[in-house]
Design a protein around this ligand. Sequence first.
Ligand code: BGC
Length: 358
Amino acid sequence: MKKKLVSAMLCAAMITGTVVVPSVAVKAEEESKGGVIGVAMPTQDLQRWNQDGENMKAELEAKGYEVDLQFAGNDVATQVSQIENMIANGDQLLVIASIEGDSLGTVLAQAKENDIPVIAYDRLIMNTDAVSYYATFDNYLVGKTQGEFLVDALDLENTDGPYNIEFVTGDPGDNNVNFFFGGAMDVLQPYIDEGKLVVPSGQMTKDEVATANWATETAQARFENILSSYYADGTNLDAVLASNDSTALGVENALAANYTGEYPVITGQDCDIANMPNIIDGKQAMSVFKDTRTLASKVVEMVDAIMQGGEAPVNDTESYDNGTGIIPSYLCEPVAVTADNYKELLVDSGYYTEDQLQ
Ligand code: BGC
C-alpha cells in the first residue's frame, strides 16, 4: 500500500481563536482510511481542551480520518446532545472528555447499541459499560507530585512547623479530582496528623475544597472568604495545594488583593499560559506539566488500532474502575515544572515559544 508523506509540521505553536495551541508533529498520509471520529471536548474556556481537541483533529486528519470536533461550553446537556448527534451521524468511534463523569450513561448506551467504541479522554466516564478504553495522564501521580513538592518546599521532614495550608481542588463531577486530591492527601495527611501541617479554615473534605467547573472566579471568591475569615489578623499562610492552574490563578488573584503576610508555596497543573508569568516570578511555585501533544498522539494511535480492527495499546489494567469494572488505560507521565526547569521542558521542547511567555 503506497503511503506518501505529505507534510511534517513540527511542534510550532499555532493559534486557535485567542487560545494558544502547541501543535503536535503531524505526518499526513495520502491514503484515506475513512471513517468519522467524534471528538467531544468539555469547553473552550480553558487552554488545554483547545490544545487537546485541535491536536487530535490535526493528527487524525493526517491519518485519513474525518473529525467531528465539538466543545460543549461546560454544559452537560450540550455535551449529551453533541454525542447523540455524533451517533446519529454515523461517527464510527467516539473520544470523549466528559464534563460530568456520571452523566453520559444513557447516551453511551446508544453508542454501545450501535457498536461504536468509546475512548474516555483524560477524565474517566463512570458507571457505563460502553467505555472501551481510557487514556489520560497518571492522575494519582499528578496529586502525589503536588503533595511531595509541598513536603520538600516546606522541608516537612526536617522542621516541625506548624505550617498553615489550605486546599483548593476542582469540579466534584470530574473523577480526576478524586485522584488529584487523593494522591496529594496520601502524601500530606500524615503531616496533618502529626500536627506539622494545620488547616486554619478547617476545610478539608472533597466537597469543601471543590471548585465548580474548575472556574478561576469561583476559586478566587472562596479564597477571598478564607483570607478574610482566617488570615486577616496577620496569620501567615504557608502553602496552598491547588489542583490545577485555573484554580491556582484564583488563589493568586485573591492573595494579590487581600493578603500581606509571607507569600505561600502554591501548586498547580497544566502549565497554562495565563499562569506562566506567576510561575516564572515564583508567585506560583510549580505546575504539573501534562504535554497534551503526547496524550493526543497516544489517543490517535489507540483510535487507529481500533479502527483497523485491533486492540488499543494500554499500560494499566488495574487503576481505573468506572463502576462497571476496570477500564484498560494508557497513562502518560506528568512532570513538575518550576521557574528553574520551565525553559527546558516547555520552551526547548517546542510547547511554547519564549515570546509567548513574556
Ligand atoms: C484535567 C486538568 C484540567 C481540569 C480543568 C481535569 O480533568 O485533567 O488537566 O486542569 O480538568 O479543566
